[in-house]
Design a protein around this ligand. Structure first.
Ligand SMILES: [Fe+2]
Length: 268
C-alpha cells in the first residue's frame, strides 16, 4: 500500500492522516520557518492585503470562534491566485518568498493527489483543480506571547476548509476527540492532514472534521506552523458526493473564513 493510499484511507475513516513530504519540500519548509525572523517590520507593513487575506498580518489578528481570545501569533498568507498582482514588490524576489512559492506549488500537487485518492476511496468522481481557491499560511508564535496563563495558544476548533495540511516546528498540536486531547506527533519529514467541515459536508457526513487545538507551552518558546488550506474551485458546481445536495461553496467557505476574523474571500 502506498503511503498516499494509507493517508486517504485514514482521512476517509477518521478525518486525520499523516504524509511524508519530499526532501525538496522539507528544504523549502526550513527556509520559510527560519527565514521569517529576517523580514523587516517595514516589509510586513507594506506587504499586507487584509481584504484578500494575503500577505502579513500582525499579532492577534486571527481567532478561533472567540474574538476576545486571539490566536497568539503573527501570520503570513500566500495565495497563488493573488501572486501575479504582487510582482512589483521587491519582497517577492526574497529567498523567503521564493521558498513559499515553491512549497505551495508542491503541496498543491500533493493535495490534489490526496483528494483524488479520497474520492477514489469513496467511489466518487474527482474534483477539478482546487489550487486557485487554496492558500498557504505561516503562523509564528513568539516566545514572549506564550508566557501567559492561557491553556491553549489556539483554542479548539476545526478549520472549516476541505483539507488542512499542517507542519508545526514544535509539539503542541493536539486532536480534540471528545474530552481527550491526542498529541499529534510527526517525524521530521511528515505533515499532518486534517479534514475540515467542508469535506464533512461534501461527503454527506461520512468524513468527520478533525477538531484540534494548540497547547500553550509551559515555558516561553518560539514556534511556527506552516499550513496549507485546500478548498474546491468556485468555478465548479458542487454537489455532495452521495445525496447530490447542492453546496453553496462561496457562502460556506466564507462563513467559516470570516469566523476566524478574516475578510470574505475575494475573487482573484
Ligand atoms: Fe486550525
Amino acid at each position: 500500500m502506498t503511503q498516499i493510499k494509507a493517508c486517504c484511507e485514514s482521512i476517509a475513516r477518521s478525518g486525520f492522516g499523516t504524509l511524508q513530504i519530499s526532501d525538496a519540500m522539507l528544504q523549502d519548509y526550513r527556509k520559510i520557518v527560519e527565514g521569517y525572523a529576517a523580514i523587516s517590520q517595514a516589509t510586513k507593513e507594506s506587504f499586507s492585503f487584509a481584504y484578500e487575506t494575503d500577505g502579513f498580518f500582525p499579532f492577534g489578528a486571527e481567532y478561533s470562534c472567540n474574538e476576545d481570545h486571539p490566536d497568539l501569533c503573527e501570520r503570513f498568507c500566500y495565495w497563488p491566485a493573488h501572486a501575479p498582482k504582487r510582482k512589483a514588490f521587491e519582497f517577492t524576489r526574497s529567498p523567503f518568498f521564493m521558498a513559499v512559492d515553491s512549497f505551495e506549488r508542491q503541496i498543491s500537487e500533493v493535495a490534489q493527489e490526496l483528494m483524488d485518492g479520497i474520492c477514489r476511496e469513496l467511489g466518487v468522481a474527482p474534483l477539478t483543480s482546487f489550487r486557485s481557491a487554496s492558500y498557504l499560511q505561516l503562523c509564528v508564535y513568539g516566545a514572549q506571547a506564550t508566557n501567559c496563563v492561557r491553556r491553549f495558544a489556539q483554542d479548539p476548533h476545526e478549520d472549516g476548509h476541505m483539507l488542512s495540511f499542517i507542519k508545526p516546528t514544535r509539539e503542541g498540536l493536539v486532536l480534540v476527540r471528545g474530552r481527550s486531547l491526542e498529541p499529534v506527533r510527526l517525524l521530521e519529514g511528515e505533515i499532518a492532514v486534517l479534514a475540515g467541515s467542508l469535506l464533512t459536508e461534501l461527503s454527506d457526513h461520512a468524513i468527520p472534521a478533525a477538531y484540534h487545538a494548540v497547547i500553550a507551552p509551559h515555558k516561553p518558546v518560539a514556534s511556527s506552523s506552516l499550513i496549507y488550506f485546500a478548498n474546491p474551485s468556485p468555478e465548479q458546481l458542487l454537489t455532495s458526493f452521495f445525496r447530490r445536495q447542492a453546496i453553496d461553496l462561496t457562502g460556506a467557505v466564507n462563513a467559516r473564513h470570516t469566523g476566524f476574523g478574516n475578510q470574505p474571500i475575494q475573487p482573484s
